[in-house]
Design a protein around this ligand. Sequence first.
Ligand code: OAD
Length: 270
Amino acid sequence: ENLSERSLPAVADYIKSGKARKVVVLTGAGISTAAGIPDFRSPETGLYANLAALELEEPEDVFSLPFFKENPKPFYVLAKDLYPGKFHPTISHVFISLLATKGLLYQLFTQNIDCLERAAGVPADLIVEAHGSFASQRCIDCKTPYPDDKMREHVSRAEVPHCEKCNGLVKPDIVFFHENLPSLFFDRRHMAEEADLILVLGTSLTVHPFAGLPDLAPFEVPRVLFNMERVGSLGSQPDDVLVLGDCDTGVRQLASALGWREELEAEWRK
Ligand code: OAD
């Protein structure tokens, strides 16, 4: 076993001993709720519980391509609320950035489409946006990219943009249900097998193939979950550490144990 006990101080000792040189971080919507962006599945506050106003049969339809082709408006109503630019990174985002600064971040796999990891300063080449992002958009028919400024204008009014070439529907490069994940996800998935520490933050681990990432690491590799609830197989292996509660609190505790707390808070306040 790599950890002396299943605790955050033991994780901090493991990192400080230099044994964690390839930290793989896996994130979901829970790391952005403190920034004011709702997650998907939390019972009261999640997006799927609050989509009634959009008259969807299934809340997940808002990310369904067949549904979008018939009725793109609900997606754009949602996009107006989620669009990047008005949110600030959380302590958890900044902690990931700090791992990169210290040369410990091997790869971040995020399911989030809010671009807050980039905003927190995580280098682009260390990020796999497994479900795409709002950073670019194109026509769903002829695939012609659509200009950012026009996209921003449309989204700010919850209007549906159309392709300038063929008048097809324009969609951000977000992975909808039944669409393929970006090839980068598959190209870099092996990095989770090579990790010597896995940190999982703010995800229900319900959507595959992302949800399988924590199980790619060898059995003896410590895995730490910072989440409101226990998810996936986290907690089933000898060196799993469960830090249940809000992830910013857990991350602050880890930062304190590492002696990084002041640096973390200073970076976050910038
Ligand atoms: P979910 O909404 O499914 O899960 C969020 C998880 O974070 C839940 O387990 C919450 O309990 C937890 N959580 C919420 N706030 C938290 C906080 N402050 N601190 C710690 N934990 C917190 O979101 P994801 O797992 O990201 O797909 O969802 C996966 C995918 O499903 C998304 O990428 C999205 C959605 O359909 C697409 O957009 C394609």
